[in-house]
Design a binder for this molecule. Sequence first.
Ligand code: ASP
Length: 436
Amino acid sequence: MPWYKKLHWQIILGLVLGLIFGVVAAAQGWSDFTSDWIAPWGEIFLRLLLLIAVPLVLASLITGVASLSDLKKLSRIGGKTIAIYIGTTVIALIIGLALVNLLEPGSGVPAEMREKLQTTFADQAAEGLETAAAAAKRGPLYPLVSMVPGNFFEAASNNRNMLQIVFFAIFAGIALLMIPKEKAKPMLDLFDSLNDMIIRMVEIIMLFAPIGVFALMAGTITSIAGDDLGQIMELLGALGFYCIVVLLGLVAHMTVTYGSMVRFLTPVKIMDFMRALAPAQLVAFSTSSSGATLPITMERCEKELGVSEEVSSFVLPLGATINMDGTGLYQAVAAVFIAQTIGMDLDLSAQVTIVLTAVLASIGTAAVPGAGIIMLVIILESVGIPSAGIALILGVDRILDMCRTVTNVTGDATVAVVVAHGEGQLKDMTQLAVSN
Ligand code: ASP
């Protein structure tokens, strides 16, 4: 197949053209045209992905759990998955903290820029602070409570409640394992066929991905820059070093941590892994949502990397909701950056507190755009950094959100491949050429 027919190249083309179009539109004052006529196509693409996320998790997880031979296997795979998720998040946080302490991006921000940022983003920051304050008021066991849905339809009606759907699906799968086989069969057949139907829907939506990604990129750039490209350039000038530190951390974590996991813990070649996952990473970059990307991550892991459905249907939905290494790394860098900018010293115990709260915060972060900065407030408060400080970094948050979401999705896929190989459930794909 010629290279330009391959899906990931088409998506890259869409992304680059979207970027160029967005910049030209901002420079030429076409932001109204872009938001009226271009951005809606991106919104449709995003909605299609979100539309299938809940039924996909439900169907694949129920069939995945119910097809396990016994409950011991479920607790083994579950325990392993959660341990690796937490372990990699801690590594990501340590990388972030090491870089931000070493490079000190916050010490170079001039005082007048700091004041300007704080006044410009004060209103947006206040909104975030309100949401975070409501979250902080809840008791220590709230994360556990919020995992259990009180009403199935309420849980299914909001993509932010994905963890509740995961809970329901595992619970239902276990119950199906415990009833006589002939009674369970009709339900399993139903979910099995639902699963196949949804996977086919993902494939159809992916045909539309290059255009969807183009429109999302163009829309995002004009919504950040409006008709004034100079404003974003000024912001990047002031916060550029901070952005570079976050990006360095994300790249280091992806290449060193995930790279060595794939290299040493699985038989998959790094290049094959990258090529297979590229469409999911590109969609993660343009949607800033690991929840919206989940259908594609699952499709790529199963069809291109050879992860069994049993493993992918358990590991990936769980990962999309609780495993956010990119978000954790960004939160650690952002917290210390804000402290450095306002001249506050953070000792070792404060940095350890950041690691502990950031692990919990990244678990609690919803897989939607901009969720990470809201949870950042909780981390700031745990070490006494004024939470209004998020105003300092809000201007560039969307750009970093796109990048950290790529890391989040890559982390989930890495763990899926590692767990599948450990369970003897990784098909050898070298025989089958990577089709896209
Ligand atoms: N947008 C991120 C995700 O969906 C979450 C965040 O860090 O805001 O993975």
